[in-house]
Ligand binder design. Structure first.
Ligand code: GLP
Length: 236
């Protein structure tokens, strides 16, 4: 694992965008794995600016998102489809048909769809305060493929901030790429900012590889870089 610590999320997000831009400029038909959440928003803004300035084009890029809530219509404000359209896809030159999110309908085929596209060249990850990646919650198997997942209590509490602070409004299930699908990516970058991620980052980097901390499996990936701010690096 390569660990890069930045003064703040601004610098880390710019570095993440630079990696994504270099990936696409080196291979214009790259296949990207993308996350949602608060963490990647600044990275996506930087990508939008770069695209508008002609420094990168997504015309031939394919994307596969990590996860999606079950029970929210794609047009729901908090669906991950809506998040991706609003925060990235609507503002870049990507072909909408080349953007994919998992769903109950395509879950059984999602890994095959990724393989058919050539496999993930670059997987971008956030991380949950409990070490979850995508919606792979603690205790899940390391050899999992795309599957339906009950969202952990802690994650429901964390994500309630996007649902008027009301945990009852947060969906209780999601469809998520599995750990095996994530580990199959040729290259991974993980972003983590703020004190809420300090323990998870410590466990990811210094802890044992254990299903209790899903992100700890990244220690075994041959090409994984962590881009984190000083707060998230606080225990390293
Ligand atoms: C969510 C998503 C993850 C995301 C994580 C962190 O529940 N399923 O893919 O990485 O939690 O979110 P945030 O970036 O808002 O802290």
């Amino acid at each position: 694992m390569i660990i890069k610590i930045f003064k703040n999320d601004e610098f880390a997000s710019r570095a993440a965008a630079d990696i994504i831009i270099a990936q696409i400029n080196g291979k214009p038909n790259s296949v990207l794995g993308l996350p949602t959440g608060g963490t990647p928003v600044k990275t996506y803004q930087t990508l939008i600016n770069a695209c508008n300035e002609g420094r990168v084009s997504f015309k031939n890029v394919k994307t596969f998102n990590l996860d999606e809530y079950i029970g929210l219509h794609p047009t729901h404000e908090q669906s991950y489809r809506n998040f991706m359209n609003t925060n990235l896809f609507n503002h870049i030159d990507i072909v909408m048909e080349n953007t994919h999110l998992p769903s109950e309908e395509n879950a059984a085929n999602y890994d095959e769809m990724i393989n058919a596209a050539g496999g993930l060249d670059l997987q971008v990850l956030g991380i949950g305060g409990n070490g979850h990646i995508a919606f792979n919650e603690p205790g899940g198997a390391f050899d999992s493929l795309t599957h339906k997942q009950a969202i952990a209590e802690a994650t429901i509490r964390d994500n309630a901030r996007f649902f008027d602070g009301d945990i009852d409004k947060v969906p209780k299930f999601a469809v998520t790429l599995g750990i095996k699908g994530i580990m199959n990516a040729r290259k991974i970058i993980l972003l983590a900012f703020g004190k809420g991620k300090t323990q998870a980052i410590y466990d990811t980097v210094r802890g044992q590889v254990t299903t209790n901390v899903p992100s700890s499996i990244l220690q075994l990936h041959p090409n994984c870089t962590l881009l984190i701010d000083e707060a998230a690096a606080g225990m390293l």
